[in-house]
Design a protein around this ligand. Structure first.
Ligand SMILES: Cc1cc2nc3c(=O)[nH]c(=O)nc-3n(C[C@H](O)[C@H](O)[C@H](O)COP(=O)(O)OP(=O)(O)OC[C@H]3O[C@@H](n4cnc5c(N)ncnc54)[C@H](O)[C@@H]3O)c2cc1C
Length: 490
């Protein structure tokens, strides 16, 4: 496959430069008596112009309909696979706007999508014919140095949270691509490079403001509506629109030992076999996890991404044996700003690519898993990971609604391409790689992919409580475009 072909078809790994990832109202409502729309259960309905005008007038932020110059931009989410056309898009300016929009959807039995950062791989933050609440204008982050807390609005991005926190000498766990939204990311769990030390992002949420299906604006915490507060920490967008998260921050030295070590794919067996033995013994300060992919310059490679959150000389000692497994083609681990790694994949995983991903939780490394990863390796598919263990594992299985606490690592199989004609081929390749590893996995991260039929089982021991809380706060299942929880009858 030549380089141009590769760039059209798949993700590719790289190091110093990151991990290239490729392989007011529209006029219509003013002139028509009604517009076609889609109900919660998929039926065709009509929305009267008068009702739409009434909503528009109640809002401080804009409403965008088909025909408006912003319409196409507003309905576009990160994954270019999802080309959907909402009947209405509301861009709330504040929580009251969100409440109006939620109430409108509920009263009209209208399909509802909620967009935080728009990074839903399966495209759940946009819909055909429904109402899309686009939180992108509610993106402020405020940090309080004294209380060591950050308050981020529901449409903020991870890079904004990182930047505001680091500017005050603090940090919380945040994911590895900075243009991902805090909204969906936090509600589903939140894996990042600091979670072995500080836990998942949900473990750092101390409070939230949420607009529930009845339109009420609620402040929730461990003391206020504790059931709902428990449910949003892993239960996804099932319970309402979160307009603000309050995060615990931790003092942090932003210059950390970090970077990528890269070996040719021929060394993959030695590197993985070593890692499989060593993974459990790494300190909580160490984040190190494997990536396998084709790099446009280096060919097929195995990469270990590293962030050591502690004394760099201790980090160097912990890394020494890994570095000695085989001579790296590139060793880019050095003391550098934490944001270098936090943004290193931003361009590679840029907006608009077509992409498909599968993932699963690995409870333990085994020789069989190493063999399968090597045998099933497919250069069209990017093998990535989210390391767990450490503080993630020390939280009780049902202390939050995120129950996959005993995983050592999550493996992610992802492909990215540009040409729609390649959809079938790349989806099949991704599924095949995943299927080869599936026997070693138990449970999955529904923030990356999910299958509606499996949602109940994947929430595991949290599901019954989640269903009861869903029944209490969203009995009509208004918030259903997510890894959905069926409301239990009250
Ligand atoms: C390039 C990329 C990198 C990623 N990296 C990581 C990573 O490092 N770690 C990790 O854990 N995950 C990662 N993910 C997965 C990520 O956590 C999910 O895709 C997450 O849903 C993204 O949140 P969002 O707000 O951007 O998504 P959106 O598409 O806006 O929303 C996703 C879901 O969450 C709901 N939702 C969003 N915001 C709100 C809100 N404020 N209130 C209520 N519901 C809301 C939506 O309705 C939808 O169901 C990554 C995904 C991508 C595409």
């Amino acid at each position: 496959m030549d380089r141009r072909q590769f760039c059209k078809t798949s993700f590719a790994a790289s190091l110093a430069v990151g991990t290239p990832f490729l392989a007011g109202c529209g006029r219509r409502a003013a002139t028509e008596a009604s517009i076609p729309a889609v109900s919660l259960d998929g039926a065709e309905i009509e929305l009267s112009n008068a009702a739409i005008q009434e909503l528009s007038q109640a809002l401080s932020g804009p409403m965008i309909l088909s025909g408006h110059p912003e319409y196409d931009r507003a309905r576009t989410i990160w994954n270019g696979m999802h080309d959907k056309r909402p009947a209405l898009i509301v861009r709330p300016a504040n929580s009251t706007d969100v409440s109006h929009a939620v109430s409108f959807a509920r009263d009209h039995n209208l399909l509802l999508a909620v967009r935080g950062g728009g990074h839903s791989w399966p495209g759940k933050s946009v819909c055909d014919g429904g109402l899309m609440i686009d939180l992108s204008q509610m993106n402020g982050v405020m940090v309080d140095r004294d209380t060591q807390r950050a308050r981020a609005q529901g449409g903020a991005l991870l890079g904004q949270l990182d930047a505001a926190s680091l500017a005050q000498g603090m940090v919380t766990t945040a994911g590895v691509v900075s243009h991902t939204g805090v909204g969906g990311y936090t509600l589903g769990g939140g894996f990042g490079r600091l979670n072995r030390k500080y836990g998942l992002t949900v473990d750092n949420v101390r409070g939230a403001e949420i607009i529930t299906a009845d339109g009420e604006v609620r402040r929730i915490s461990a003391d206020q509506e504790p059931d709902l507060f428990w449910a949003i920490r892993g239960g996804g967008g099932n319970f309402g629109v979160v307009t603000e998260f309050e995060y615990q921050l931790h003092p942090f030295e932003r210059n950390v030992l970090s970077g990528s070590i890269v070996w040719p794919i021929e060394n993959a067996r030695d590197v993985l076999e070593y890692y499989a033995e060593a993974a459990e013994s790494y300190s909580d300060e160490m984040y190190v996890g494997p990536v396998m992919a084709r790099n446009p310059d280096l060919g097929d490679v195995i990469v270990m991404d590293v962030v050591y959150n502690g004394d760099p000389s201790e980090g160097e000692k912990e890394l020494a044996a890994l570095r000695a497994v085989a001579t790296p083609a590139v060793d880019g681990v050095m003391i550098q700003d934490y944001m270098v790694m936090q943004t290193i994949n931003d361009v590679a995983f840029g907006h608009g690519i077509r992409s498909y991903a599968k993932n699963g939780m690995i409870k333990e490394w085994s020789q069989g898993l190493v063999d399968a990863l090597i045998e099933a390796y497919d250069p069209r598919v990017f093998l990535a990971n989210h390391v767990a263990g450490g503080a993630v594992k020390r939280v009780g299985e049902t202390d939050t609604a995120f129950t996959h606490r005993n995983a050592e690592i999550m493996l992610v199989f992802a492909s990215g391409w540009q040409d729609a004609e390649m959809d079938d081929e790349l989806i099949a390749a991704t599924r095949a790689y995943y299927t080869a590893i599936e026997p070693f996995m138990g449970g999955y991260y529904d923030n990356i992919d999910f299958d509606g039929a499996e949602a109940a089982g994947n929430y595991g021991p949290a599901y019954a409580r989640l269903a009861r809380i869903k029944g209490q706060y969203d009995p009509g299942n208004l918030f259903r475009l997510n890894s959905n929880i069926e409301p239990a009858a009250g």
